[in-house]
Design a protein around this ligand. Structure first.
Ligand code: NAI
Length: 541
């Protein structure tokens, strides 16, 4: 009997991705843990396992196969997965996150192997707490929830959108050392209006049109209540909701619970950091910029709101600061004579003549900075970039839409149409560009620079709320990490390989704000940085 129990324990270990070390178990561990005979004899240390994973990785023919390989590894051995990812950030990040995660979501039900995270559906109204009780880990600290309606710039992907919470939480662990057992990806499955998915026999979400109105809000409310009861120390991050729900839910919950919307607030901090770095290159003052946003949704409005706070901190009034920000949406320039504007656009509707297209808007506004957050591929045409370059010695052009297939322009297009003068950043990565004997390195303007560090800071001091001031601090901290060499190459963000150190700096800055605002739930530790570092999980065994 005793022997049977020991043996089962060994098998359980090998099938528990959080604890499994596979062939790396030492001889002594194999004896103690009932693993003898369950593994080939030779002990293969973790660094050699990493090499084996990489060899397999490079044997695969395309990005989606890479994604499948990495997901399978994550399901078998999380430590090894995170060690592979953290030691090869440049290679792995575009696979576990944008752009490949976009393709993975489009095919999620076809490449499905094992479930990860939790699915709460419209059918679970009245029993959400019961479902959450099934989650095996009690001390969850970071939840990312989506309803799949606006996955990257790809639209409604229903329950297939689960790839996003899974990917974001992988970045919490990879970029900020949040323990994987502290993370919970959540899919709020409220149906989908995507006909292709509804017709797909592998689609595993609810086959019904999206829930709307009060029934939707009540389900979210039930989820929020159940989450706060079951996981009282958890930060709840909203991700990839369609904008009408995103803005409303943020307003409803931001003062009630520890929550933020990454598309609105995380993106804002990332973009502000990029703008601050770009100004080191152009020599301009923030308060003197004219910013034209292409896309007036969560990302664009979120960025503008934070930018306005930053400009106001430079001594301007909010109204003066808003006057520096202009928007183009699908109907053209956002101006005050338009009567159909959604509430989130109205503060940016200025008195000006209507303009139907982006080129005309650039001519009318003469922006120093152009920011794309529209999901419209190729919208920054050569003419648009050329006009930006005519008005500005160093035009700032950020094409933030994800994945790569939705970028407003590519790095090559931005440099070629501006004689290499554009300061360019994009949401998904582009390779460095050789231009007239120079190597120009585009920055990756992705909120992965921000949310893991913000999350770490919030979790480490058990902050009660996530405030705009925390995002402001995160933006300034990130901008402060951009070295002169980065700027010399044209890059307005620091290299991704430094992300863990950057996340610690951001976490410290966020935690400082939590203490200054009286939002921290823990007494201030003697050494805040040390306290934060001590919370970080290492994937090395
Ligand atoms: P959203 O749906 O809230 O907003 C999209 C906006 O684009 C809307 O204002 C819409 O009117 C506008 N738009 C659509 N078609 C247009 C057209 N033909 N011309 C002009 N405007 C048009 O979406 P959200 O959250 O703002 O995201 C937009 C894009 O930004 C997505 O591709 C998303 O992946 C990307 N994004 C990138 C981030 C990053 O880290 N780089 C973070 C968040 C979003």
């Amino acid at each position: 009997m005793a022997h049977e129990e020991v043996t089962r324990r060994g098998v359980q270990l090998l099938h528990d991705p959080l604890r499994n070390h596979g062939t790396a178990y030492t001889d002594d561990e194999r004896g103690r843990l009932g693993l003898r005979g369950l593994l080939p004899v030779e002990v293969i240390p973790q660094d050699v396992q990493v090499d084996r994973v990489l060899e397999n990785f490079h044997r695969k023919p395309d990005d989606l196969e890479w994604y499948i390989l990495l997901t399978s590894l994550q399901d078998r051995n999380e430590s090894l997965f995170y060690r592979v990812v953290t030691e090869n950030m440049d290679l792995m990040m575009p696979i576990i996150y944008t752009p490949t995660v976009g393709q993975a979501c489009q095919e999620y039900c076809h490449i499905f192997r094992r479930p990860r995270g939790m699915y709460i559906s419209a059918k679970d109204r009245g029993r959400v707490a019961e479902l959450l009780a099934n989650w095996p880990h009690d001390d969850v600290r970071a939840i990312v929830v989506t309803d799949g309606e606006r996955i990257l710039g790809l639209g409604d992907l229903g329950a297939n959108g689960m790839g996003i919470p899974v990917g974001k939480l992988s970045l919490y662990t990879a970029c900020a050392g949040i323990h994987p057992a502290w993370t919970l990806p959540l899919m709020l499955d409220v149906g989908t209006n995507n006909e292709t998915l509804l017709q797909d026999r592998f689609y595993a979400g609810i086959r019904a049109p999206r829930l709307r109105g009060d029934a939707y809000d009540e389900l979210v409310e039930e989820l929020v209540q159940a989450v706060t009861e079951r996981f009282p120390r958890a930060l709840l991050q909203f991700e990839d909701f369609a904008n009408a729900n995103a803005f409303r839910l943020l307003r409803t919950y931001r003062d009630r619970i520890c929550t933020f919307n990454d598309d609105i607030q995380g993106t804002a901090a990332m973009a502000l950091a990029g703008v601050l770095s770009a100004l080191r290159l152009t020599g301009g003052r923030l308060a003197d910029q004219r910013v034209l946003f292409f896309g007036a949704g969560e990302a664009g409005i979120g960025i503008a709101d934070l930018l306005v706070s930053a400009i106001a901190a430079d001594g301007l009034t909010t109204a003066e600061a808003r006057a520096r920000c202009w928007f183009v949406d699908s109907q053209g320039l956002v101006v005050s004579s338009r009567t159909e504007l959604a509430a989130h656009k109205q503060p940016y509707a200025h008195d000006a003549a209507p303009v139907g297209d982006l080129l005309g808007a650039v001519a009318a506004v003469r922006p120093t900075i152009l920011i794309g957050a529209s999901g419209q591929k190729g919208a920054f045409t050569p003419d648009v970039v050329r006009l930006m370059a005519e008005y500005n010695e160093r035009p700032v052009v950020f094409a933030l839409s994800n994945p790569t297939s939705k970028a407003e322009c590519t790095a090559v297009q931005a440099y070629e149409s501006s004689e290499g003068r554009a300061i360019f950043a994009s949401g998904s990565p582009f390779a460095p560009v050789e231009f007239q004997g120079r190597t120009l390195v585009p920055g990756q303007g992705n909120n992965a620079y921000i949310f893991p560090g913000v999350g770490l800071g919030v979790i480490a001091v058990e902050a009660s709320h996530v405030t705009d001031e925390m995002f402001m601090a995160a933006a300034h901290t990130l901008a402060g990490q951009v070295a002169e060499d980065d700027l010399a190459a044209g890059r307005v963000y620091p290299p991704l390989q430094e992300i863990r150190d950057i996340s610690v700096d951001i976490a410290v800055a966020v935690a400082e704000v939590a203490y200054a605002q009286g939002r921290a739930g823990l007494p201030r530790p003697e050494d805040l940085r040390e306290h934060i570092r001590a919370q970080m999980w290492s994937p090395v065994y």
